[in-house]
Design a protein around this ligand. Structure first.
Ligand code: FAD
Ligand code: SIN
Length: 546
């Protein structure tokens, strides 16, 4: 097998104070915080709005109104996280929540006002699973796209931010990629970037590099996520030597529309927050048999209950019914979801709609501290790609956007304070394509992608067993070997890079799941159905490079 070398071909090199890989809520808000005094590049492998942020529906959780309290938000988060949250992280994030929301209001995010006018707090707050108070601030049922638009507009007009769309990070540049004399094996100096349209690879060096690349839920056949959620940042950090934690906790959202063309379109948990009920085909409610909080139990419990009923009764779906709230209420609170369902022939105001669970959120990720710092110096990870300790074994609804904003601020503060100098970067070895050719077997990529997503769904889904996990492990070993060979021989493409990253993410999920000998939160296995007395993170450490 030919090994890709980094030695010969010259490619373009650019330098920035900070390279931000990813342009969702995490990446853009961090870039805006730095741009007052630094030159920042924000790259996205597709449009700026291609990540999950633009799809977020329900809203952002924060303590905003009298009657609610920091203590209550903290306790709800700890409870949803099934004993595995880091209490210090939870406290840190929840306390910073109101400030993060004030920042967004300051930037002009048009949050839905309370009607009639509320003298205490002018915005409407909704409720979702696991929250004991109304604390989710939102923009109708399309919160994410309003936040994404606002942040994008600000970033595009900022002269200190260079926006590069259709640019994909391939791998991080670490000490081993630097010419002798400038190397520090424990540091990150930027990334190799594929300009997808020009089909050219450049070297981007930076004083600080930030992974804000989102999650890995597209590793599963059915997912609420956009196509790009392929775990790139997690895989890049892992290859560069960073620890990764709790990857077995992939969250399945209980309610995605069941329709051949709907591509797992999400039906927000806020519907249940406002009174929607989950029903079997005969109209019977069933969730109260699983948890006294019924429709408002945390997501892991609701998704597992649905999976249980579907498997036990041989059902293709269950039903979500909000029709009792009436047409006016539904159109006012959920205008986009109402319209989208009508496109598929379902009228929320008149009938229950068919729903199924789908992969939604990666609770694990690159291990970071409270400043977003990872194991390599100069490398930060924020947003869904990070493991901060906030979510534990199960993320509570609407805590993710909050985490993106709070850690963007914390990492930006650390970068500004430490001001890693870019003048000292020295020479990175440029990307070399002299020993690879164009692929004549693209089918390897499409076939392996489909195979991976199918067996992850069948063997590493909501309910697991040792046997299923071992099956997945064996298949993964074969695919990883095949793709590794292919990667060594052919010119890189976006599809190949995503597949390579997905395989790494899947491998981390399966290894972590095999290691956990209990059922906790989102990880449920028939072979170890009980909870161990001590809650511990699953921390994977890469083998040191020879
Ligand atoms: P993303 O927004 O996913 O952005 C990732 C970015 O990284 C993109 O710009 C992508 O192009 C870029 N990227 C990835 N890999 C590379 C690479 N190799 N090179 C260059 N660029 C790359 N959370 C809530 O708190 N409230 C909600 O109401 C809510 N609703 C949701 C609804 C849906 C349908 C979905 C899918 C998620 C929802 N979530 C919600 C979760 C939340 O939206 C995400 O966790 C959050 O938006 C992640 O933000 P991020 O900035 O970390 O990543
Ligand atoms: C939803 O609106 O149901 C999604 C909320 C979330 O994932 O936090």
């Amino acid at each position: 097998m030919k090994i890709r070398s980094l030695l010969t071909t010259r490619s373009m090199t650019r330098e920035f104070d900070c390279l931000v890989i990813g342009s969702g809520a995490a990446g853009l808000s961090l870039a805006l915080k730095l741009a007052g005094s630094m030159q920042v590049a924000v790259i996205s492998k597709a449009k700026l709005s291609a990540g999950s942020t633009a799809w977020a529906q329900g809203g952002i959780a924060a303590v905003l109104k009298a009657g609610d309290s920091i203590e209550s938000h903290v306790n709800d988060t700890l409870d949803a996280g099934a004993g595995l949250c880091d209490p210090a992280t939870v406290q840190f994030v929840v306390e910073a929540g109101p400030r993060a929301i004030r920042d967004l209001i300051g930037l002009g995010v048009p949050f839905t006002p309370h009607a009639p006018i509320d003298e205490d707090f002018p915005f409407h707050l909704t409720r979702e699973g696991g929250h004991s108070h109304r604390r989710v601030i939102h923009v109708d049922d399309a919160t994410g796209s309003a936040i994404q638009n606002t942040l994008e507009t600000e970033a595009r007009k900022n002269p200190n931010i260079t926006v590069l769309e259709n640019h994909m990070a391939i791998d991080l540049i670490t000490g081993r990629h630097m010419e002798r004399g400038t190397r520090d094996s424990g540091a990150c100096y930027g990334a190799y970037i594929l300009d997808i349209k020009a089909n050219a690879i450049s070297t981007m060096l930076a004083g600080a590099t930030v992974l804000a690349t989102g999650g890995a839920s597209r590793v599963y056949l059915y997912s609420s996520n956009p196509d790009g959620s392929t775990g790139d940042g997690i895989a890049m950090a892992w290859r560069a030597g960073c620890r990764v934690a709790n990857m077995e906790f992939n969250q399945f959202h209980p309610t995605c529309l069941y329709h051949r063309q709907a591509k797992s379109y999400l039906i927000s948990e806020a519907l249940r927050g406002e009174g929607a009920e989950l029903l079997l085909g005969n109209g019977e409610r069933f969730l109260d048999q699983f948890d006294p909080r019924a429709e408002l139990a945390p997501r892991d419990i609701v998704a597992r209950a649905i999976d249980n009923q579907m498997k036990r009764r041989g059902l293709m779906c269950v039903y979500l019914d909000i029709s009792k709230k009436g047409e006016a209420f539904i159109k006012e609170h959920f205008p986009n979801i109402y319209a989208r369902c009508l496109d598929f022939g379902f009228d929320l105001a008149r009938e229950p709609i068919p729903v199924v669970p789908a992969a939604h959120y990666t609770c694990g990720g690159v291990m970071t501290d409270l400043r977003g710092r990872s194991d390599l110096s100069r490398l930060y990870t924020i947003g869904e790609a990070a493991h901060t300790g906030l979510h534990g074994a199960n993320r509570m609804a609407s805590n993710s956007l909050l985490e993106c904003l709070v850690f963007a601020e914390a990492a930006a503060k650390d970068i500004l304070e430490s001001a890693p100098a870019r003048q000292l970067l020295g020479q990175a070895r440029p990307w070399d394509e002299s020993r690879v050719t164009d692929s004549d077997e693209e089918v390897v990529v499409t076939h392996n992608w489909a195979e991976l997503r199918r067996f992850m769904w069948d063997y590493v889904g909501i309910v697991r067993t040792d046997k299923r996990l071992e099956r997945a492990k064996r298949r993964l070993e074969m695919l990883m070997h095949e793709v590794h060979d292919y990667y060594g021989n052919f010119r890189v493409s976006k599809d190949l890079l995503e597949l390579r990253n997905l395989l790494t993410a899947a491998d981390l999920i399966v290894r972590s799941a095999i290691r956990r000998r209990e059922s906790r939160g989102l990880h449920y296995t028939l072979d170890c159905p009980d909870l161990l007395p001590k809650a511990e993170n699953t921390v994977l450490k890469p083998e040191p490079r020879k």
